[in-house]
Design a protein around this ligand. Structure first.
Ligand code: ARG
Length: 460
């Protein structure tokens, strides 16, 4: 059992089970790089402020660097009795460079140290997530660009509503992800502040220079209240919240991919590399990836609620409860990264069965609204037009006809305002292309949005 850095006031050793029960090293070891990065900046500041000598700082920094190498090369044994990543590294430092290593923790506490580590770690991971998000947006945009002539049924209540461009549907998800990226960018502002210097809770008696540390570590500034600095996990919560929304988007897309790739719809084919077979039914090709992402959305929601619940009603300042912040946060990061990564490739490789989509779009009287709009343009109030076309649809159902198949006489039996040109309005292409205002599904409107997205991306 390693000697604990806080053993001074204790007479009894920690119960062995309690030691394992209270330790976080199994999961917080992934913070090692950030813990060392933060410690190096802290040591340099201590020297600059003459709290330790330059020589001492140099010895500490070299020691920390050699520990980093060891961990990276797999030559570091983490010890449960040293509880967490912070004490594991500090104990190793002292073992390696001697008692001068014990000066590193001057003007610092694990409470502000852990807050710093999580912020540094999340900051790095956010960049990766933004990159993956960007890749998925690119896949969606490319699908939109290369399928501009594909018309599919648009749904409400999963009932055929109006025809839309497949590209338009892809761009709907592009927009969702654009907001997700915006949320991450926004929370970054509150994340990217240095909490170190708060000490255990009240600040420190040493003449530290927090701004110097902040600058070395690339923070935009320092936090403003020591009690809040060690108690705050809002940045992790904001990330979990933004992730929950992001996963909700992916789960909706998942659901659609699952439905669309079913034999009954057969709108799209997912690449074989993203599906698996059945051990009993030879014909099966299961959409495992979207199913799993849909399922994983649940755990990301769960993580958000876990963390909110951990933080609920905690008195200021640090409480050991807060050690429970890491697993939900880490799991969210891993899940979101994995889901985005697999989705970017899966969407890029998805193929569209345009004929099936068009056929489906033609069913279900999807151009009924176009007939109603036509009648409205002849001066009939929309509510009356709705009634007229409702009766027309009922007639179609009873006579097993589609709207474009009606003769002019049949049309006119419902409204004498209908003339020969009605046929120009009830085709799928006419229906789609007449919705030209910004954000509509007309090909020209969709092309404008694609161009806008391209422009925006080129400026980034
Ligand atoms: N392992 C701890 C955590 O994750 C580090 C902070 C411990 N501070 C303390 N006073 N016990 O929260």
């Amino acid at each position: 059992m390693s000697k604990k850095p806080w053993a001074g006031r204790f007479t009894q050793p920690t119960d062995e089970f309690v030691e394992a029960f209270t330790a976080s090293i199994d999961f917080d070891q992934r913070l090692y790089r950030y813990d060392i990065q933060g410690s190096i900046a802290h040591a340099r500041m201590l020297a600059k402020q003459s709290i330790i000598t330059d020589e001492e700082a140099q010895t500490i920094v070299s020691g920390l660097e050699s520990i980093l190498t060891d961990i990276e090369e797999g030559n570091f044994e983490f010890s449960v009795s040293l509880e967490d990543i912070h004490m594991n590294i500090e104990a190793k430092l002292i073992e390696r460079i001697g008692s001068v290593g014990g000066k590193l923790h001057t003007a610092r506490s694990r409470n502000d140290q852990v807050a710093l580590d999580i912020r540094l770690y999340l900051r790095d991971e956010l960049q990766t997530i933004q990159d993956y998000l960007d890749k998925l947006q690119e896949s969606l945009l490319e699908q939109a660009e290369s399928n501009l002539s594909v018309i599919m049924p648009g749904y409400t209540h999963l009932q055929t509503a109006q025809p839309v461009l497949f590209s338009h549907h892809m761009l709907a998800y592009y927009e969702m992800l654009r907001r997700d990226a915006g949320r991450l960018k926004d929370l970054f502002k509150r994340l990217n502040l240095l909490p170190l210097g708060a000490g255990a809770l009240a600040g420190t008696t040493f003449p530290i220079d927090r701004e110097f540390v902040a600058e070395q570590l690339g923070f935009d500034g320092v936090t403003r209240n020591s009690l809040d600095s060690v108690s705050d996990r809002d940045f992790a919560l904001e990330f979990c919240g933004a992730s929950a929304i992001l996963m909700m988007h992916l789960s909706r897309l998942s659901e659609e991919l699952i439905i669309w790739s079913s034999a009954d719809f057969d709108f799209i084919s997912l690449s074989d590399s993203f599906c698996t077979g059945s051990s009993i039914m030879p014909q099966k090709k299961n959409p495992d990836v979207p199913e799993l992402v849909r399922g994983k959305t649940g755990r990301v929601y769960g993580n958000m609620v876990s963390l909110l619940t951990v933080m609920k009603a905690l008195p200021l300042a640090y409480n050991k409860d807060m050690q429970e912040d890491k697993e939900p946060l880490f799991d969210t990061l891993d899940t979101v990264k994995g889901s985005l990564k697999v989705f970017a490739d899966m969407i890029a490789q998805l193929t569209v069965n345009a004929d099936n989509m068009r056929e489906a779009a033609a069913r279900g009287f999807s151009t009924a609204t176009d007939v109603a709009d036509y009648v409205v343009r002849k001066g009939i109030p929309f509510r009356d037009a709705h009634e007229i076309v409702g009766k027309t649809v009922r007639y179609c159902i009873e006579n097993d006809k589609d709207i474009p198949e009606l003769t002019l006489e049949e049309f006119r039996s419902f409204s004498e305002h209908i003339e020969e040109d009605i046929y120009d309005y009830v085709t799928l292409d006419a229906s789609v292309n007449s919705r030209r205002a910004t954000g509509g599904t007309a090909r020209e409107a969709v092309q404008r949005e694609i161009a806008r997205a391209r422009q925006e991306r080129s400026e980034r």
